[in-house]
Design a binder for this molecule. Structure first.
Ligand code: AMO
Length: 431
């Protein structure tokens, strides 16, 4: 239907014939002439309606259309104009494709601030706002940058089941679903399956897919459905996995710096390339630091949000927390040989925020099984997983990035819902 996006008009010659399509953002009527602002995904353009040339009937009909109605405008581009935008389209034909009702549930460009609940209730309108679209363009580029890096590094994309019979990371936070006569669960992570793929000899795999967690509390950084970017790599240690993560983070930031200039400008963001290697800080060191700041925390505890905010004041950029106590991590973590109280697990942080967890995995059947028991779980429930460790399992490591968390930190968003199209939280499953 269209010949150009509005953003493409500036590259054309004066007098070019064009057809642009989009939403009526605004109409300013001045008697026999009206200025219509048409918005499409790429920007806005002025369409100048002249009563004399359109005819009374058409002029009246078009200049009285409700805001956000959808039209296509065919006409002549004029570049030498007094229009603020530096160009205008003089129409000779306007197709009204869809009339919007009035009043709108919320405004698109109005300066009045709308609360997040209203925005999410009418998300499709909220998403028409350029600065909201820019967040999702950045999110799209981040996953593309990550995907391209992983492809370059020889990873094979896989798709593992999202309906499962056993809990992945222990019993909590599970969504139960009816599966014919039986109960099943939604996956919290592709963890067990991506590890099985190492026994399958795929060597390096990745998956970008939803993960489901029944988080009890509504917070600014938890969703009940999020996009998990998972990798698993064979013949690799925790150190190899951290290096790969650094590489992926660096190149995905480089990717948005090259491909999202306009979005960064719309959002008024400056995103710097991080320095590599990222600092690696041991759990014990941070435990001491947190205690020295008067926050009570014992060996084996996870860092509370209070503890992380104190740590985040000291370490503002990317850094790893390494050498975790085994009791703080899942059963599949490989313990250190020199001191098995600690495991080869890591988190990648950005200031106070966690964006990735990972580890070298325990690939030794007997000790893995012991660890499952030590966590109070029943190895029989994991027999499909454990079997993969009995007939030739290479050492392996991997991690998972939360896509929304990652987008959130790079775009400086205060609420994870900002970077989630249709968030699922404790209170919301619609729209
Ligand atoms: P973890 O449970 O830390 O690790 O999850 C990995 C990353 O996923 C993101 N994330 C979330 N994002 C939004 N809402 C949530 N409720 C939520 N929960 C987690 C975070 C987190 O860092 N199997 C391991 C990964 C591995 O070892 O490979 C795992 O799932 O960014």
């Amino acid at each position: 239907m269209r010949t150009h996006y509005t953003s493409g008009l500036k590259d054309l010659e004066d007098g070019a014939e064009v057809t642009i399509c989009g939403w009526i953002q605004d109409i300013r009527k001045l008697g026999n002439i009206s200025f219509l602002i048409l918005r499409d995904r790429e920007g806005i353009a002025q369409v100048t309606l002249v009563k004399k040339s359109l005819g009374d009937e058409a002029y009246k009909r078009i200049s009285n259309l409700n805001r956000e109605s959808v039209i296509c405008v065919s006409g002549i581009l004029k570049k030498d104009t007094q229009s603020k935008l530096g160009l205008e389209v003089i129409p000779n034909k306007i197709d009204i494709l869809n009339e919007a009702e009035a009043p709108l549930p919320m405004g698109v460009i109005d300066r009045v601030s709308v609360d997040i609940e209203t925005r999410l209730n009418h998300r499709f309108i909220d998403l028409r706002r350029p600065e909201v679209l820019s967040l999702f363009r950045i999110e799209s580029s981040l996953s593309r940058g990550i995907r391209e890096t992983l492809e370059r590094e020889g990873f094979i994309e896989i798709h593992t089941p999202k309906i499962i019979a056993t809990a992945t990371e222990g019993g909590t936070n599970l969504f139960r679903v009816k599966y014919f006569e039986n109960d099943a669960f939604l996956v919290q992570s592709p963890q067990l399956y991506k590890q099985i793929m190492m026994a399958a000899g795929f060597d390096r795999v990745y998956e970008i897919a939803p993960a489901f967690r029944a988080e009890e509390h509504n917070t600014n950084r938890h969703l009940n459905e999020f996009v998990s970017i998972d990798i698993e790599m064979s013949f690799s240690t925790d150190e190899d996995a951290m290096n790969m993560l650094e590489n992926v983070i660096y190149s995905s930031i480089d990717f948005i710096r090259r491909n999202n200039l306009k979005d960064l400008e719309i959002l008024n963001l400056k995103v710097d390339l991080p320095e590599r290697p990222f600092p690696r800080i041991k759990y014990d060191e941070l435990l001491d630091y947190v205690n020295s700041k008067g926050i009570e925390m014992r060996f084996g505890d996870d860092f509370s949000s209070e503890a992380l905010s104190v740590i985040g004041e000291k370490y503002r950029g990317f850094y790893f927390i390494t050498r975790w106590p085994m009791e703080a991590r899942a059963f599949y973590v490989m313990p250190f040989e020199d001191d098995p109280r600690y495991g080869r697990a890591f988190d990648l942080q950005f200031g106070e925020r966690e964006i990735t967890s990972g580890a070298q995995r325990n690939h030794i059947y007997s000790s893995l099984k012991e660890n499952i028991k030590r966590k109070g779980l029943n190895p029989d429930d994991f027999s499909f997983y454990l079997e993969a460790f009995r007939y030739g399992m290479p050492p392996h490591a991997g991690w998972a990035i939360g896509l929304e968390r990652y987008t959130m930190i790079l775009t400086n968003s205060k609420n994870i819902r900002e970077v989630t199209l249709f968030p699922r939280d404790r209170r919301r499953i619609v729209p």
